[in-house]
Design a protein around this ligand. Sequence first.
Ligand code: NDP
Length: 316
Amino acid sequence: MSEIETINCLIIGSGPAGYTAAIYAARADMKPVLYQGMQPGGQLTTTNEVENFPGYPDGISGPEMMVQLEAQAKRFEADIRFGFITKVDFSGPVHKCWTEDGKEIHAKTIIISTGASAKYLGLPSEQKYLEMGGGVSACAVCDGFFYRGQETVIVGAGDSACEEAHYLSKLCTKVTMLVRKEEFRASKIMADRVKNTPNIEILFNTDTVEVLGDGNGVTGALVKNSVSGEEKTIPCTGFFVAIGHKPNTDIFKGFIDLDETGYIKYAEPGTSLTNVPGVFVAGDAADKRYRQAITAAGTGCMAALDAERYLAAQGH
Ligand code: NDP
């Protein structure tokens, strides 16, 4: 059996929340160890250009920003590891975690920053333009600006889709909303706001058949009415998907209190505390409302400060 490693602070996940927690924890001499997870850098690595993170007046690409955050954490000797945590046991006084290759880690404090993953339709054409940064996005607040003065399509019928459609309507000449059923799932007030916005056209009972493009970027969407069977092409340069997110919290089930959709519940609002003493949460794993790099970074800072105070109170 491999040796158990005992550490002060384990950070699980490497988006802006995890790296910010690592910077703060390392500067407080907590000697944090950060496991990067399945997608080092997190959701921002699928974002082309980040223009709304303060301090980058000319913008920065998502992957480049993550490289810089990692370098900043390493500068203070945070131990950044490629790999992921597959199992935890928070039932006893010691917080136990296991990596994918079976290594056992005991951590006095844990910061969960595993994030959430945007759901996509899964069409090959959608994935192609997503991967090349060519016009597919799951975040209107992040990417809507690039389509100002242009036509966009957004898929979804929940509160997020309505909020994002409305956001896009202020930037774009026209927004076409594709709703797969004959009604919205969103709250009435959000749905009404969309219905009352003149440059938003809502197509009910409508599925996406294909995201169309010219090889460099999106040029339209081929859609089909599921009742009449009629197909048509909607011209657009931006194809937005707002069909929900899945928080990456499965391994914590049974130990950490989750809400009905899997988001981690704060034990005390306004802090990073979870129901387990010594275990803290930062970023999108607990945030279905804001989901921004800057808010994730802010809560990463909070989690590191809370972990530091917890360690101090334990006499470390
Ligand atoms: P939801 O899970 O509420 O909605 C997802 C939507 O996507 C549904 O309308 C669903 O359609 C649609 N959908 C799912 N899969 C597909 C698919 N393959 N093709 C087409 N459509 C699809 O997610 P949200 O992100 O909208 O909201 C998550 C939570 O956050 C909710 O509780 C919401 O209320 C909350 N929220 C609140 C806000 C606010 O109050 N300001 C803002 C944003 C979110 P269908 O209805 O047919 O199942």
